[in-house]
Design a protein around this ligand. Structure first.
Ligand SMILES: *Cc1c(COP(=O)(O)O)cnc(C)c1O
Length: 454
């Protein structure tokens, strides 16, 4: 056995051991950063080590400092796990080491990207023929779509951003909901567009279409981007797309949807109604590493007009080999990058249409079970309409909510984070992992009960 194969066998053994430990291990990490630094050793070695020994040291030293993100009882942020086919495909992605930039240079990668992109448009109910770019996450997917949007609305006024930059050009107006995700602001900042103008949202974080219409009317006909949301991180709520998009169209705005986790509702016949009208937008950002449960990192930038994203992101270089049908490089900001579409293809091929619908419905069913279980705890109250995968609850007052969160983390059965919503501290539960079972939910609810017992 050569050194490389020995290292891969080490990695395989440790990976399988880690995954097997998930059903019973504490979800929070047991060790601190400093402890792991000591275990790994901070000094750069003077000479080489056998690759298998390095992998063994890495796995053994890191194990106590790993948070069980892929556990069925991790409900913090909006964290997906890893579907088995996608995880195994990801190992191949590293072994194959394809630079996924050009159609002519990695036919296999481009084929997987073309197929996965078409399947995604189908499942998410988005217009066929849209460009699907594979970025690092929804933040960069939002950035990619909004770059295409910014350039397109300026081009209509005769201003070419690629040639002239933004300085001296017509101002671009950006209008978004007060309950948008902060990643949208980050993307706008990268794009030199500053803060968006904010429109009121209702108690469930859904933009109010009449308020949007009034705000847009006050600005007149200017290059305008309207940013909507499919899936609020607190309530799981969806913006009313039909009325909002109609208001945006009346002023000729480009409509972009941030649907990092919520866009996947469209893949389930039971939940597709939440996204009604959403497909009439111009661009959509979503994640594959959240609801679809592929490994990090994978976000999807979907743009109805492929020429718009190519104008913003495409690159012509003398040493590159361009293809008339377009290249993966034309749809995302990065040049060199890993073969992200392979894992998406594998997850979709493994689940099939019904499997994706089942996945979405299972996550929602578990979220409802959490809401019912928490409502039965003395003094606890679920604050959102649980329409999708998110649950926000409080336990009487901010102090008690904080204590419940702290005790829960101490208990270690589950990992749930806090947040502030409508001015009060909340426990925020996000069910995003394919492997969560009814038993996981029961065990997590028992832990919440224990944490809430005074
Ligand atoms: C998670 C999330 C983002 C950011 O996505 P990343 O993949 O972390 O970059 C943006 N918008 C919403 C609604 C999200 O939930």
């Amino acid at each position: 056995m050569d050194a490389r194969e020995a290292a891969l066998r080490q990695a395989h053994g440790h990976a399988v051991g880690w995954l097997a430990s998930l059903s019973d291990r504490r979800v929070p990490a047991r060790a601190s950063v400093d402890e792991i630094v000591r275990a790994l050793g901070a000094d750069l070695p003077d000479g080489p080590s056998a690759p298998a020994d390095v992998v063994d040291l890495l796995a053994t030293a890191c194990e106590p400092g790993l948070t069980a993100f892929p556990s069925g009882r991790f409900y913090g942020f909006v964290i997906g796990g890893t579907e088995p086919a996608a995880l195994a495909a990801d190992w191949l992605v590293s072994a194959w080491d394809q630079n996924s930039v050009m159609r002519a240079v990695s036919p296999a990668y481009t084929a997987a990207e073309d197929i996965a992109g078409a399947w995604l448009l189908d499942l998410l109910g988005l217009p066929g023929g849209s460009a699907v770019g594979f970025a690092t996450g929804a933040t960069m997917a939002n950035f990619t779509c909004l770059a295409a949007a910014r350039d397109a609305v300026l081009r209509r006024t005769g201003w070419n951003v690629a040639e002239e930059g933004l300085v001296g050009g017509p101002p671009v107006r950006v209008v978004a909901s007060e309950d948008r995700h902060m990643a949208v602001d980050l993307a706008l900042r990268y794009l030199g567009l500053g803060r968006p103008e904010l429109v009121r949202a209702d108690r469930q974080g859904r933009i109010e279409p009449e308020a949007l219409r009034r705000t847009l009317a006050a600005g007149g006909q200017r290059p305008t981007l309207v940013i909507l949301q499919a899936g609020d991180i607190h309530s799981g709520g969806f913006d009313p797309f039909v009325d909002s998009i109609r208001a945006a169209r009346d002023v000729g705005a480009w409509v972009h949807v941030d649907g990092a986790f919520g866009l996947w509702a469209a893949a389930s016949p039971t939940y597709a109604h939440l996204t009604a009208g959403c497909a009439d937008a111009d661009s959509w950002a979503t994640d594959a590493h959240k609801t679809l449960n592929v490994p990090y990192d994978c976000g999807l930038a979907v743009v109805r007009d492929p020429s718009a994203v190519r104008a913003a992101m495409g690159l012509q270089g003398d040493y590159l080999i361009h293809h008339e049908r377009g290249d993966p490089i034309d749809k995302v900001p990065e040049l060199s990058r890993r073969g992200r579409a392979f894992t998406v293809w594998a997850a979709l091929r493994s689940l099939g249409r019904s499997g994706v619908a089942d996945l979405v419905e299972r996550l929602c069913r578990h979220a409802s079970a959490f809401a019912t279980g928490i409502a039965g705890i003395d003094g606890a109250r679920v604050l959102n309409d649980v329409v999708f995968t998110q649950v926000c609850a409080e336990f009487g007052d901010d102090g008690r909510t904080e204590r419940v969160l702290a005790r829960l983390l101490d208990d270690g059965t589950a990992w749930i984070s806090g947040s502030t919503w409508h001015g009060r501290r909340v426990m925020r539960i996000s069910v995003s992992n394919w492997s969560t079972t009814d038993d996981d939910v029961t065990r997590a609810l028992e832990a919440i009960h224990r944490a809430a017992a005074d």
